[in-house]
Design a protein around this ligand. Structure first.
Ligand code: PHE
Length: 334
């Protein structure tokens, strides 16, 4: 056998023996047999090469070195592999076991509250609709019987948006009340009406534990042949009782709103003292006329409640700012 094929045979044999060695001990045997310093097969090969004619030596020597390096590398790689703890075979995993649970997010407490409000009012036959937060003066004031010189229209009491005004050619503001939606509904449909509208309102208030420049209201509107103030009070009491539980009392205090006549402030007591929860009243005939309803034919009531107030009362939240701070320790409680 010539030296070249002897080297090739050696290389093949040593590499497959290394790959086949199943334990470190077996691998050590392979090392001794092939690469052992004294009697290993590499040693024999070296002797053989010593006998080739000098002119062939450089070429054959190179072949020999390549084979030796390949054997050395394969050996150390396999040594490392066998020294490592055995990896679990795929079939040892039970793929039917449940995975690690992923933490689920939740709806914001106010979103939860509003969803619940809609659901409760839905049981009383009120459907829920939405209106825009960016409004014109007709819907925020005029049609609601709020005249030009009324202090509620002061630019310092509202968030007027200069850019929106440029875009539309008329004064535009962030709605200061959800009563705007009363007008939008009545403009679009004939009586009877029974709707609630929930959403954000904006006022440049000084922010403290009970005031925020953005908060949420639930507006209610019921128009029909014979709608009365007694029904208004009943609806409010049933609503609050359903949300909070038994023992809710509703109290009306005479008040004034341009869009209702008579108008009342609504107070609620539950467990302890009285809390103001919003305004209400019988829809002013001027408002009915502004949307093309006949005040001789229909009457109606409207109310606007603060959503935060209810949620704070139920969960004993003592600062309205908690709702917008995004502190997960607070948000997780709901
Ligand atoms: N829009 C009034 C407010 O924001 C509340 C209200 C609504 C009063 C409907 C009467 C009727 O204060």
């Amino acid at each position: 056998m010539d030296a070249i094929s002897a080297i090739r045979d050696f290389e093949q044999a040593v590499l497959s023996a290394i790959a086949d060695a199943a334990t470190s001990d077996a691998l050590e045997q392979v090392r001794i047999e092939f690469l052992g310093k004294k009697k290993g097969r590499l040693r024999e090969l070296q002797d053989l090469i010593g006998k080739v004619p000098p002119e062939d030596r450089p070429k054959i020597g190179q072949q020999f070195n390549t084979a030796k390096t390949a054997a050395d590398q394969a050996l150390s790689a396999r040594q490392l592999e066998l020294a490592q703890p055995k990896k679990k075979a795929a079939q040892e995993f039970d793929i039917t076991l449940p995975g690690a649970p992923l933490p689920l997010g939740k709806l914001h407490p106010l979103t939860q509250t509003m969803n619940e409000f809609k659901e409760i009012m839905g049981r009383f036959g009120f459907s829920s609709i939405e209106g825009p937060e960016l409004e014109d003066e007709r819907h925020n004031f005029e049609a609601l019987n709020i005249p030009h010189d009324h202090p509620a229209r002061d630019t310092l009491e509202n968030f007027y948006l200069a850019a929106a005004c440029v875009a539309t050619g008329e004064p535009m503001l962030m709605r200061s009340q959800t009563s705007t939606v009363q007008i939008r509904v009545m403009e679009q449909q004939p009586p009877p009406v029974r709707v609630v509208s929930l959403g954000r309102v904006y006022r440049p208030d000084t922010i403290d534990a009970t005031h925020s420049c953005m908060f949420h209201q639930m507006e209610g509107l019921m128009i029909g042949d014979d709608v009365t103030m007694a029904q208004l009070k009943t609806v409010l009491r049933l609503f609050a009782t359903t949300y909070l539980g038994q023992g809710v009392h509703i109290r009306f205090r005479p008040s004034f709103f341009p869009f209702t006549e008579p108008s009342v402030e609504v107070d609620m007591s539950w467990k302890d003292g009285w809390l103001e929860i919003g305004g209400a009243g019988m829809v002013d005939p001027n408002v009915l006329e502004a949307v093309g309803y006949d005040p001789e034919q229909v009457t109606g009531f409207a109310f606007g409640l603060g959503v935060e107030r209810f949620c704070m009362r139920r969960y004993q939240v003592n600062d309205i700012r908690r709702f917008t701070e995004n502190d997960v320790r607070f948000l997780r409680q709901f």
